[in-house]
Design a protein around this ligand. Structure first.
Ligand code: F6P
Length: 568
């Protein structure tokens, strides 16, 4: 059998490798003078504006990247995703998160079955259930309405919903529908997170939503048992039926846990955990907080980008362009990281969500056919909202390492503030920074400019900015539920494009398994040592020493302690 071709063996890849020498002779200061070039690097779609003129590229770079896309069969791979082919070959599944936000009349097949009707059955069930809870017709065990929700889940069953919740919290329409209600999350298995998530809540008025695709994740299951105990200890075990519901693909385990399948909300194997925010994973808790109609707008925004990604020519296709530029930065210019810099506090949880979507998807070392890659793929994603990040790590991105930056700005603030007598509105002040930073990175400041400003000689090198640091800017018209959906889908698809080009499987995550199985060995040891006094065995010297010290220092813990819940 012929060995599979790696993208690095193709002519377009080799051509781009050579092209780096040309680009290294350019500086963004000069590239930005070419208005035609800049004009060709702006794309508008559905109210969004992408400007990628501050990437270290010429127009011919983009042509070369399109050739790379062709060599990687990008269009065919996108089509295979949308038509439900089993592109996640190591888990033998299709990848159909686009079906989660498709309109009711859309038809998307997986295994010869239109999955959109299944999706809408669950969405209708969520709409009906959340209306009952929000209107007070579904009440808790003592007859009180449930106004607070704790969503228990981790990773993809947490980060996406948290990002959307944080983004909606200050949107006027969403905030109005959330009045008097609270949505909290419990993710970490750390008991401190349990304490934080329930502090100030009354079990009588709280609904716990257990969110787990597999319903086996150790952290989530222990946290779910802990909150079940919290409810039962206060209201009796029969109260669990009224105070706990679940979201999972594994309804058998949900029932075993003690949650009535009638009160559980399904999703499917073809939804990857980190791509699940548009399934019941996100839609249920967010609808409980904001009402289904707000969440529906979020789904519509994501769907608009899904259609654009599927049908727009590559020259105007925002996720495709972003994905190709990321590959250019990582694989050709050799920049391993990417900073996500939203100039909106409402997007404070966007970077943590994208960290998982990107790094769990593309942090791979072998091709989809299992061949060890001769090139690095994946990116190190991090970020903070501007302007906070400016006072934290921007020193490094201006004068230290080169980190391609995504600047995300919003035209209309969710919460405008104007002060009489101030030069600009508070949002204009924020946006002044959004517009200034990309130019500071691109142009820098030369020693000549500093000399003309009479900067003392001994400070010239310290105050010089090399410039030529790439960034791109994405301007959203506002931060409504719809725009939040658009933003999510742009990044999801961009990450898929990168994986399609690198020739990897962006939809599995075997790299998280080893640590889980080692933790289970340690868990067994801790139990044996605490209950039977058995010595630590089977670990290396380092772990044995640490474990023994930990056990000795906590030897006062009884081998069969009484249940204890957080006390704050
Ligand atoms: O961290 C690994 C992982 O499997 C993620 O992919 C997933 O999002 C998370 O754990 C939670 O999994 P589950 O939803 O099955 O509890």
């Amino acid at each position: 059998m012929a060995s599979p071709t790696l993208i690095s063996d193709t002519e377009p890849w080799k051509d781009l490798k050579c092209h780096v020498d040309d680009i290294n002779k350019t500086h963004l200061r000069d590239l930005m003078k070419d208005t035609e070039r800049c004009k060709s690097m702006m794309v508008e779609f559905d109210g969004l504006l992408l400007d990628y003129s501050r990437q270290r590229i010429r127009q011919d770079t983009i042509e070369k990247l399109f050739k790379l896309a062709e060599a990687a069969h990008l269009k065919q791979k996108i089509n295979s995703m949308y038509t439900g082919e089993y592109i996640n070959i190591t888990e033998n599944r299709s990848v159909l998160h686009v079906a989660l936000r498709a309109s009711k009349d859309a038809v998307i097949y997986s295994d010869g079955k239109n999955v959109v009707s299944d999706v809408w059955k669950v969405l209708d069930k969520i709409s009906e259930f959340t209306e009952r809870v929000r209107s007070g017709s579904w009440v808790g065990a003592t007859g009180k309405a449930l106004k607070d929700v704790v969503a228990v889940g981790i990773g993809g069953s947490f980060l996406g919903p948290l990002f959307v919740h944080a983004a909606l919290q200050t949107d006027p329409e969403a905030a109005e529908s959330a009045k008097g209600r609270q949505l909290r999350f419990l993710a970490n298995v750390d008991p401190i997170d349990v304490a934080r998530s329930i502090t100030g809540l009354n079990p009588e008025t709280t609904l716990v939503v257990v969110v787990s695709k597999t319903f086996t994740t150790a952290e989530t299951m222990l946290n779910a048992r802990t909150l079940r105990e919290w409810i039962a200890a206060s209201l009796g075990p029969q109260a669990v039926a009224k105070h706990m519901v679940a979201v999972s693909t594994n309804l058998t385990l949900v029932e075993k846990f003690g949650i009535d399948p009638k009160n559980s909300f399904a999703f499917w194997d073809w939804v990857g955990g980190r791509y699940s925010v548009c399934s019941a994973v996100g839609v249920l808790p967010l609808s409980l907080q904001y009402g289904f109609s707000v969440v529906q707008k979020f789904l519509e925004g994501a769907s608009s980008i899904d259609q654009h990604f599927y049908s727009a020519p590559f020259e105007n296709n925002i996720p495709v362009l972003l994905g190709l530029l990321s590959v250019w930065n990582v694989s050709f210019l050799g920049y391993p990281a990417r900073a996500i810099l939203p100039y909106s506090q409402a997007l404070e949880k966007f970077a943590p969500h994208i960290q998982q979507v990107s790094m769990e998807s593309n942090g791979k070392g072998v091709s989809i056919d299992g061949v060890k890659l001769p090139y690095e793929c994946g990116e190190i994603d991090f970020g903070e909202p501007g302007t906070n990040g400016q006072h934290s790590f921007y020193q490094l991105i201006h004068q230290g390492r080169v980190i391609p930056c995504d600047f995300i700005g919003v035209v209309k603030s969710q919460q405008p503030v104007y002060l009489k007598g101030e030069m600009v509105s508070n949002h204009d002040e924020l946006m002044s920074n959004f517009f200034a930073q990309p130019d500071a990175l691109a142009y820098g400041k030369t020693p000549e400019e500093l000399l003309s400003e009479k900067v003392p000689n001994h400070l010239i090198t310290h105050k010089t900015f090399s410039g030529n640091r790439p960034s791109l800017s994405l301007l959203l018209p506002s931060l409504s539920a719809y725009n939040i959906g658009q933003l999510l889908a742009i990044y999801e698809h961009r990450i898929a494009v990168e994986g399609f080009i690198w020739g990897i499987n962006s939809f599995d995550q075997w790299g998280v398994e080893l640590g889980k199985s080692l933790a289970s060995q340690v868990r067994k040891q801790l139990n044996l040592s605490r209950t039977k006094g058995e010595p630590v065995e089977g670990f290396n010297f380092s772990t044995t020493t640490m474990l023994t010290k930990y056990l000795e220092a906590t030897s006062h813990i009884s081998s069969d302690p009484a249940t204890r819940l957080p006390k704050i």
